[in-house]
Design a protein around this ligand. Structure first.
Ligand code: TXA
Ligand code: MG
Length: 335
């Protein structure tokens, strides 16, 4: 409790506090303090035009941040809040441009992690929180991941709430422009949202999911990542290894032969998401030349996972094809 109070005090003083949510750890700041919000961008190294999510404790607080709240928002909030869903709505007049990236909309969610809820209640207002990682890197799912990411003087404190249950970032649904659109898939499935909004006039399935301003190379380990189909993966690994490259593997299968860096994942989406970033971090730590990930099934309950894997693999070139110096490829930041 004392920790929560200290964290709320630090936020009120304009400092940054990392805290657990059910999805990933967030880098929190007072959403009404422009100076504090700017510190978030600075600490993350994130471009200022990438808007942030405002976290609140209660549905009643929504009206402080949004205007013209549609019925669809109330419906989704009732079904999925607190939980891993973010709603993009028309912003209330006084919401800082630093939070919204100058847009007329704002992203809001009520997280379900008890520590996040306790902090939000104690603080009594909105907390902006991007994932607590440097821009373009893997999101943290433990307090230790956050500690690795930031220098001691960058954060006032890190609240430790254990490993995040969901493991990947919230699903983002845009309701600010009429028809509902998924901007970022996650573990609240598009299907569930569309079923929930069945009768709502703002339904529109035609748009392709994307987050405005997002870069494809988000959520990337330092080691290049390559996706391989279940049919191809053994051959892909053999090819790399036979050329003298060390591989680190995330697969649904056990290794055919002795392999130093092999993680066998379960084929359950919730479990896979829960362990995804931890597994990628582990494989990244192996200092191999290439991380090879077996492609998950094509079913829609893997959409959020597919999205993160594609981003992790984006622009990852095998060494021999790229002609880039080893050190750049293995340790180079993509952003
Ligand atoms: O699970 C999560 O959502 C985590 C935890 C900490 O809550 N947070 C998170 O924040 O993933 P961040 O900053 O890493 O991602 C926020 C995403 C960005 O892709 C941003 O573009 C989008 O939300 N976003 C924020 N405001 C928006 C807006 N007004 N319109 C469209 N997209 C928006
Ligand atoms: Mg992030």
């Amino acid at each position: 409790m004392i920790q929560i109070r200290n964290a709320a005090d630090a936020l009120a003083q304009g400092q940054l506090v990392a805290f657990p949510t059910e999805t990933v750890y967030g880098l929190g700041a007072d959403a009404k303090n422009a100076e504090a919000v700017r510190k978030v961008f600075e600490a993350k190294g994130r471009p200022a035009n990438h808007p942030l999510i405002v976290h609140i404790a209660e549905f009643d607080q929504l009206a402080q941040w949004c205007r013209d709240i549609p019925e669809a928002a109330e419906l989704l909030a009732k079904l999925f809040w607190p939980g891993p869903l973010t709603l993009v709505l028309k912003k209330a007049e006084n919401v800082l441009p630093e939070v919204t990236g100058g847009q007329d909309s704002v992203a809001v969610r009520i997280p379900s992690h008890p520590v996040a809820i306790a902090l939000l209640r104690k603080f009594g207002s909105g907390i902006v929180a991007p994932s607590a990682n440097k821009f373009g890197r893997l999101s943290p799912t433990t307090a230790a991941d956050v500690r690795e990411e930031f220098a001691d003087d960058e954060l006032a404190m890190i609240l430790d709430g254990g490993p995040c249950e969901v493991g990947i970032e919230s699903t983002i649904v845009d309701l600010s422009r009429g028809a509902a659109r998924i901007l970022r898939p996650g573990m609240v499935l598009a299907e569930s949202i569309f079923v929930a909004l069945d009768n709502a006039p703002e339904m529109d399935l035609s748009d392709t999911p994307r987050v405005p301003g997002s870069l494809a190379s988000h959520y990337a380990p330092r080691t290049p990542v390559r996706l391989a189909s279940s049919a191809d993966i053994s051959q892909v690994i053999d090819e790399f290894e036979s050329q003298g490259f060390e591989t680190a593997v995330l697969s649904f299968k056990p290794p055919a032969m002795l392999h130093k860096h092999w993680i066998m994942a379960k084929k359950f989406p919730s479990h896979y998401a829960h362990t995804l970033y931890r597994n990628l971090r582990k494989l990244d730590g192996a200092s191999a030349d290439m991380i090879i990930v077996e492609e998950p099934p094509d079913d829609s309950d893997w959409d959020g996972i597919w999205d993160r894997l594609k981003r992790a693999a984006f622009d990852s070139k095998p060494k021999e094809k790229s002609g880039i110096a080893d050190s750049e490829l293995v340790h180079g930041d993509r952003e």
